[in-house]
Each structure stands twice: as structure tokens, then as C-alpha cells.
Design a protein around this ligand. Structure first.
Ligand code: NAP
Ligand code: 12T
Length: 348
């Protein structure tokens, strides 16, 4: 990289599922780091984490944690971002926020670099990383939008427990063990830690991710719908989502139905367009049973697409299956890509 300036970086939520992955991608040196400040709650303060061969002691995140920081990654939940991101900005840092706190604010760019990198130009200190399920879908939709136009999207998700944090991952492991031992499964975290009821996720499927809203959709579903319109600059797109949690550890899968802006597109033309999309790997061959799965996508940075079919009744309708690692492209890798783009374009 030509720009050899070194940056001071903070990670709020460094000990969490997403924070640990951000560390992993920063170790690949997308840009030069001078100081790295790892922040968490009181609980993990004092823990020692190794980064690029050096020990770094985790500190409690407070309003004063951001002195001299250039880039601050936030991944500790929405309420912590609401409280501390403005403090980081006051100290001159640029915030890349992984929570839903600021995503729909008009002043906050909501960025997937393959789709709308240019929206970074008018940032005011806070940049939002979209929801994991939104990110992988818009990467797949981008080449379709550009080549054929988009009229309507209907998506159903098959989401991994890792999206709900380390506690949810542990809950799946424990319940699986309990079930196999013939014991009663204990449920305390999913579908939503703070909601009234909890259901087992092991050997199950839960049609609730995040809280319900008055209109019957969950917040996760509404995030997918609203964030997609904002990122793709398609305020009038018809879009509906159903979000379901499965007993899968990592990687979200999505069954997506799209209606194109034109009729008569062939399957071959549609596949060609998908295969040229940035950040997309086409894995699609029924004759060899080739299609992406959560396990095949794990730890990879790309969005994988397969099962492309033309609808049998609607001449502008196509079906596709979209899989990506929700902690990688869905969270940590996308935030590191955003920071790298800020550095590259002298926006820090
Ligand atoms: P996690 O594994 O539960 O980790 C939570 C992290 O936040 C830990 O580092 C924890 O520190 C820290 N934390 C908790 N309370 C804190 C406080 N009061 N002050 C400072 N730090 C605190 O969760 P995760 O899966 O990494 O997710 C973290 C957040 O990222 C989520 O709440 C969500 O907002 C966001 N997220 C976004 C996406 C996406 O779609 N892009 C995906 C997943 C998560 P301790 O070790 O001290 O507890
Ligand atoms: N409820 O960043 O539970 O908006 O999988 C990401 C993942 C919210 C978010 C999950 C969630 C977000 C989940």
C-alpha cells in the first residue's frame, strides 16, 4: 500500500465473537497500525490478548477511551454504541459501527464496499456496517440491479446462532449435549435474550430473530428490508423478509426470489451476470450437486451463490440461494473493508 501512514485503532467489544474476528483481519495488515486499544466491559478488563505476536491488555471502555484514536470499531451492542460512539467522534476518531444504532440515520453512510463505496465520501464521523443478513443479500443483488433492474425481492433466511453472540453459540452446544443425553434442554438466550420466552434452538427452527414490531415483522426482518433500500438507493423497491434461526453455528443462508426490471432474461445470462459480481463466487451445478452450504462458506470472505433457477410462472422471476459467513463478510470483514477504503481514499 502506498499510504504508509500508521493509524491508532480501538476495538470496542474486542473480546466478543465479532471483535475477535476483527482482530484476525487486522493481523493481515490491510493498513499500518501504530497503537491498538482493546476495549470491553469491566468483566474482561485485564484479560491479555495476543495481536501480531504482542500481548495487549484489554481495558474497560469509557468515554475517555478514545484519546488519539483514528479509527474505532464498535461491536458491543447498540446501547454501548449510542453512548460511546459520539464520545469517540468528539475525540476525533472515525467510528465504524457494527450495531443497528445508527444504520438508518440520514447522516450516517451504511456501507457495503462492493455496492455503495462512494457513499463513504459524505461521512460525518460515524459509518454503519449493515446487518449480516442484509450484507450478503445486497452483494448478490448488486449485479442483478445493474444489469437487469430490480422490481421485487422476497427472502427467507436460515441464520446461524453465532450472529447472536458467544452466549448463543454456547447454548446450542449445551442443548445438543442435553438432547443427546436424554436430558431436558435449558433455554435462556434464544430467540432473543431480553424477550419474555425462550425456546431451545438445538434440533429446532425458530421463526424469530430480534423483537417483534406492531406490524408482525421482527426487527431483523425490517432491518433487511429498510437497509437494502438505503444501501442500493432503491427507496421504492418491493421487499419482504422472513428471518429464521437454525441450529447452525456459522454462516447464514438465504432463499431469495427476485423479479427483474425486464422480462425474457435467460438463466445463462442471469448466471453470467452473477458470476461477474464483485465479492461473489458462483457455485452452481446440479449435475454435480454443486451449491454452497454453511459449512463450505465458513471462514471465507466471499458471498456464495447457487441454485439459480428461472421461475416457472413469472417471466421476470428468478430464485437463488445465497450463503456467507455472518461473522466474516456479515460483520468483521465488511468493517475492516470499510476502514481500508477510508484509509485508501484519505477519508480518515
Ligand atoms: P458477544 O460475543 O456477546 O460480545 C459482546 C462484546 O461486547 C464483548 O466484547 C463484551 O465484553 C462487550 N461488551 C458487553 N457489554 C459491554 C459494555 N457495557 N461496555 C463495553 N463492552 C461491552 O457479541 P458479538 O456477537 O460479538 O456482537 C456484538 C455486537 O455486534 C452485537 O450486539 C450487535 O450489535 C453487533 N453485531 C452485528 C452483526 C452484524 O450483523 N453486522 C453481527 C453480529 C453482531 P465482555 O467480554 O467484557 O463481556
Ligand atoms: N439480532 O447487527 O441475533 O442488527 O443474529 C445482528 C445479528 C442483530 C444486528 C442476531 C441480531 C444484528 C443478530
Amino acid at each position: 500500500m502506498s499510504n504508509m501512514k500508521k493509524y491508532n485503532v480501538a476495538i470496542v467489544g474486542a473480546t466478543g465473537a465479532v471483535g475477535q474476528k476483527i482482530l484476525q483481519y487486522l493481523e493481515e495488515k490491510p493498513f499500518e497500525i501504530d497503537e491498538l486499544r482493546l476495549l470491553s466491559s469491566k468483566r474482561s478488563a485485564g484479560n491479555v490478548v495476543s495481536f501480531a505476536g504482542k500481548d495487549v491488555t484489554v481495558q474497560e471502555a469509557t468515554a475517555d477511551s478514545f484519546e488519539n484514536i483514528d479509527i474505532a470499531f464498535f461491536s458491543a451492542g447498540g446501547s454501548i454504541s449510542e453512548k460511546l460512539a459520539p464520545e469517540a467522534v468528539k475525540h476525533g476518531a472515525i467510528v465504524v459501527d457494527n450495531t443497528s444504532a445508527f444504520r438508518m440515520d440520514e447522516d450516517v453512510p451504511l456501507i457495503v464496499p462492493e455496492v455503495n463505496e462512494d457513499d463513504l465520501q459524505h461521512h460525518k464521523g460515524i459509518i454503519a456496517n449493515p446487518n449480516c443478513s442484509t450484507i450478503q443479500m445486497v452483494v448478490a443483488l448488486k449485479p442483478i440491479q445493474e444489469t437487469f433492474g430490480l422490481k421485487r425481492v422476497i427472502v427467507s433466511t436460515y441464520q446461524a446462532v453465532s450472529g447472536a453472540g458467544l452466549a448463543a453459540q454456547e447454548e446450542l452446544t449445551n442443548q445438543t449435549q442435553q438432547y443427546l443425553n436424554g436430558e431436558e434442554m435449558e433455554a435462556n438466550v434464544l430467540p432473543v435474550g431480553s424477550d419474555k420466552k425462550h425456546y431451545p434452538i438445538a434440533f429446532n427452527a425458530l421463526p424469530q430473530i430480534d423483537m417483534f414490531e406492531e406490524n408482525g415483522f421482527t426487527k431483523e426482518e425490517l432491518k433487511m428490508m429498510n437497509e437494502t433500500k438505503k444501501i442500493m438507493h432503491e427507496p421504492n423497491l418491493s421487499i419482504a423478509a422472513t428471518c429464521v434461526r437454525l441450529p447452525v453455528v456459522n454462516s447464514h443462508s438465504e432463499s431469495v426470489f427476485v423479479e427483474l426490471g425486464q422480462d425474457g432474461v435467460s438463466v445463462d445470462a442471469f448466471k453470467d451476470t452473477i458470476s461477474t459480481g464483485e465479492g461473489i463466487v458462483l457455485e452452481d451445478d446440479p449435475s454435480t450437486q454443486t451449491y454452497p452450504t454453511p459449512l463450505s462458506a465458513e471462514e471465507k470472505k466471499d458471498v456464495f451463490v447457487g441454485r439459480i433457477r428461472k421461475d416457472l410462472d413469472s417471466d421476470n422471476g428468478f430464485h437463488l440461494w445465497v450463503v456467507s459467513d455472518n461473522l466474516v463478510k456479515g460483520a468483521a470483514w465488511n468493517t475492516v473493508q470499510i476502514a481500508t477504503s477510508l484509509v485508501k481514499n484519505n477519508l480518515v
